[in-house]
Ligand binder design. Structure first.
Ligand SMILES: [Zn+2]
Length: 165
């Protein structure tokens, strides 16, 4: 999948670097590694694991009483555990700014499209490890991850907001 590159300026070391940025198109996500500058692409509309995890979340007793938008927020927060990790063993996460390849910082000034426009070929996110889990293992892992982000009914949690910074 070809994504448009953006130029970022690192807040901490002032180095310029390029990385893909969300296009804003419905259901299209660019997942960034929490530990490296690797990125992968996901189209939620044709990713069956996204649906599967969504259905698990809707059925979780601890999330009873939450509405659809709260379920969706939790889904986006915990979805990383259903995705294969990057080449160094770090999670890919939704709504995460790409890391500065120079100093590793997540803080950066606003990104802008490269001029002239450049593209990068991103791999699709994969779910090989997740697909090999049993139903009960999937449930157990999800519940553990969901529990990290409570209390429920007050999303986005302070923890969630931190990942957006
Ligand atoms: Zn930096």
């Amino acid at each position: 999948m070809k994504a448009i590159l953006h130029t970022y300026t690192c807040f901490d070391c002032d180095v310029n670097y390029v990385a893909a940025c969300e296009s804003g198109a419905y259901g299209q996500f660019i997942l960034s590694s929490v530990g490296t500058s690797e990125q992968v692409y996901m189209n939620a509309l044709d990713d069956c694991i996204y649906d599967e995890v969504s259905n698990y979340i809707k059925k979780m007793p601890i999330l009873d009483g939450l509405d659809d938008s709260e379920h969706a927020e939790i889904l986006q927060k915990v979805f990383k555990i259903a995705c294969d990790k990057d080449s160094k063993g770090f999670y890919f996460d939704l709504y995460l700014a790409p890391r500065c390849p120079n100093c590793g910082s997540k803080k950066r000034y606003d990104c802008k499209i490269t001029d002239p426009v450049e593209y990068v070929d991103l791999d699709y996110v994969t779910h090989t490890e997740w697909k090999n889990l049993s139903e009960s293992e999937k449930n157990k892992r999800l519940e553990k991850e969901v529990n990290k982000h409570g209390p429920f009914g007050s999303f986005p949690s302070p923890d969630f907001i931190k990942t957006l910074e």
